[in-house]
Design a protein around this ligand. Structure first.
Ligand code: FES
Length: 432
């Protein structure tokens, strides 16, 4: 398909380009039956991998995510089959945002918005590059940032992008006038690269994985949450699966981004959909397909993968033999909202809060005392051993540290802790 585009603000036609020239897919690996052998560490999954396709490339996955601390998705209503190989060639706004992203450790990308609107922000009109003229584009967008809840932005345009985005980088308050309320952790957002005009492996395998994930997600989303004895028990996040443009790493197609954690996965195949979703809904990482994470330098991604794979193995062992009875714990957010959650003895507070999607608890390092994103407040003499030296060291990095600060990943759920809660103790969550 030959595209002619206005590529500058004075509407000069700069070039006619054959934008749709994907490499041939004839050489794609055919269906084979063998156990996958990755060089990325032990396979700690319980998924059945006995019948699947080979990875396109056996190069190690961990550490392949370039460092960034935020990800901005522009939601276009233009379907991926109509995307050019490079959006910068057709979208002047994308070009400007890429410049902005360079100075903000950010990545900007297009996602296909074909889901029913889930917030007022997404009901905004899309004005895509092809219909807009050089200065007329505008898109609803979602901004994902480390240690912040995702933000739905009603409209990003040439006219407002600087002020809208700057507002979120210069204040910690998410109430800028052009944005909607935060979606917090109510959603598990998955973006599958299906950008076939860029690389046919993404177009074929990416599309297959996208369809498989969306099918699984629809099933899960339509399953009623189990009833609970308390009205404030958090339910599973709603899963939104969308297609996204080129993210880098065609050879590891299918590639998937998962938010709010910011984890990147690669070498996925359609029969991985169910296992990936169950890991993510459990708040766990699938280390065997993990490429890296937003907010973590590449060498640290490799180290985290090494530790995480081991942690995962330990986790499986611990969960199979040590988890005890259900108890009830009550968390309270920085603005006073209480959430009573069922938790199993033997879990830790980070896992309980993170799995329930409570705000401000991320557990980025998986409980390895390397991140302080599991910061909680435990005031009023809870029945706990004092913090270890390592916990104290990491607490120095906690934002809003107080005398009663602890790291939730180091606090085990016990009957004694539940009794303290029953008598009025509360597990406080920081604002950030
Ligand atoms: S989860 Fe990273 S320090 Fe607790």
């Amino acid at each position: 398909m030959i595209y002619s585009r206005f590529l500058s603000s004075n509407h000069r036609v700069l070039q006619s380009i054959n934008l749709f020239s994907p490499t041939s897919c004839a050489s794609l690996p055919r269906k084979v039956t063998f156990a996958r052998h990755y060089t990325t560490g032990p396979n700690i999954s319980s998924g059945d991998l006995s019948s699947t396709t080979a990875p396109f490339d056996p190069a190690p996955l961990p550490g392949t995510v370039s460092h960034h601390t935020s990800y901005l998705v522009l939601h276009t209503s233009q379907p991926p089959t109509e995307w050019p190989s490079k959006h910068a060639l057709v979208s002047p706004l994308y070009g400007k945002l890429q410049q902005w992203a360079k100075s903000h450790d950010a990545i900007v990308n297009f996602g296909y918005d074909d889901l029913p609107s889930s917030s007022s922000a997404q009901q905004a009109q899309h004005t895509n590059w092809d219909a807009a003229g050089a200065e007329g584009e505008s898109y609803p967008a979602t901004l994902y940032r480390t240690s912040h809840p995702p933000l739905e932005i009603a409209s990003v345009s040439h006219q407002n992008y600087h002020s809208v985005l700057s507002a979120h980088y210069t204040t910690t308050n998410s109430s800028a006038s052009t944005t909607s309320d935060s979606t917090s952790n109510a959603f598990l957002d998955l973006y599958v690269c299906t950008h076939g005009a860029r690389d046919c492996r993404c177009g074929t395998t990416g599309s297959q994985v996208f369809r498989a994930l969306r099918k699984q997600a629809q099933k899960i989303n339509s399953t009623p949450s189990p009833s609970s004895s308390t009205s404030s028990v958090a339910s599973l996040p709603h899963i939104r699966v969308r297609e996204v443009a080129h993210i880098g790493g065609h050879k590891w197609a299918a590639n998937v981004l998962a938010f709010p954690s910011g984890d990147w996965y690669g070498n996925l195949r359609p029969d991985d959909a169910s296992h990936l979703l169950s890991r993510l809904l459990d708040g766990k990482v699938w280390w065997d397909r993990w490429r890296g994470r937003m907010g973590i330098p590449q060498d640290a991604q490799i180290a985290l993968h090494r530790d995480g794979a081991q942690l995962g193995a330990n986790e499986v062992a611990r969960h199979s033999k040590e988890l005890g009875e259900d108890v009830l714990l009550t968390f309270v957010t920085h603005d006073g909202k209480e959430a009573s959650l069922r938790a199993q003895e033997g879990n830790n507070l980070m896992e309980v809060a993170r799995d329930a999607g409570l705000p401000s608890i991320e557990g980025v390092c998986g409980g390895q005392l390397e991140c302080a994103t599991c910061h909680v407040y435990l005031a009023g003499n809870p029945p706990l051993a004092p913090a270890s030296e390592n916990e104290e060291d990491m607490l120095a990095y906690a934002i809003g540290r107080r005398d009663e600060s602890r790291l939730g990943c180091q606090i085990e759920v016990t009957k004694e802790l539940a009794e303290w809660v029953r008598q009025g103790g509360r597990i406080g969550l920081p604002r950030y």
